[in-house]
Design a protein around this ligand. Structure first.
Ligand SMILES: [Zn+2]
Length: 217
């Protein structure tokens, strides 16, 4: 909630409920000018390049403030700037998910993963959500739009079955090292593999022929 506004600030008022976009950006560099403020060469994360990100009160530029409509809870809104934006960027901007595609989302219960499930489903894809705790989280993930919920061990068989052995059109995997071998194997020819995290470690082995022989990242 806004407690105070600077004298030149327009568009937000004391008492407004807001969520903070947590990346600072200058709005003038090459990347900002093409609409990718997240890549700003003079930017950084609030709380990392500035103090106070974890405090009860924080000072942020008005350009980082987004009003939360009354119909959206603050808890839910707080998940949007990181989880939803990251998933959106991955599945739409980078991977260009299309209706009818077969999509596999690893780490589907995570903040980014759960949004990736929802966005790919909304795009008209068939969505396989992968989670170690598949049995426990099945209902929740189906509620978010997953068509199937499986453990990593079950993923390969299901993808083969649904694609006649061709593989998945898109694999979303921010889990990292632990799932890399499996998740990359699941990608169909001309498919896409996207990531925005390395929760279990970031060092992986990549066979270049497996990349250029029909696959694209
Ligand atoms: Zn910039």
């Amino acid at each position: 909630m806004i407690e105070e506004v600077g004298s030149n600030v327009r568009g937000v008022n004391i008492g407004d409920e807001v969520v903070i976009y947590n990346r600072l950006f200058d709005g003038t560099c090459k990347y900002c000018l093409i609409g990718h403020e997240e890549l700003c060469i003079n930017g950084g994360l609030i709380g990392i390049v500035t103090n106070g990100g974890f405090a009860e009160y924080a000072v942020v530029p008005v350009t980082n403030v987004i009003r939360v409509p009354k119909c959206v809870g603050l808890d839910e809104a707080a998940t949007l700037p990181v989880g939803a934006l990251t998933a959106w960027h991955m599945v739409f901007d980078r991977a260009g998910v299309r209706p009818g595609e077969l999509v596999v989302v690893f780490g589907a219960t995570g903040n980014v993963g759960s949004y990736a499930v929802q966005f790919t489903k909304l795009a008209g894809a068939t969505v396989i959500a992968v989670s170690r705790k598949a049995n426990k989280v099945r209902n929740a993930l189906i509620g978010l739009g997953a068509d199937y919920v499986v453990t990593p061990e079950e993923a390969q068989v299901l993808v083969n079955e649904l694609s006649n052995g061709l593989g998945a059109d898109l694999v979303v995997d921010s889990v990292g090292q632990a799932t890399w071998n499996l998740s990359f194997q699941l990608v169909a020819r001309y498919g896409r593999w996207v990531t925005a995290g390395a929760l279990t470690g970031g060092d992986v082995t990549l066979s270049l022929p497996s990349l250029y022989q029909g696959r694209s990242l």
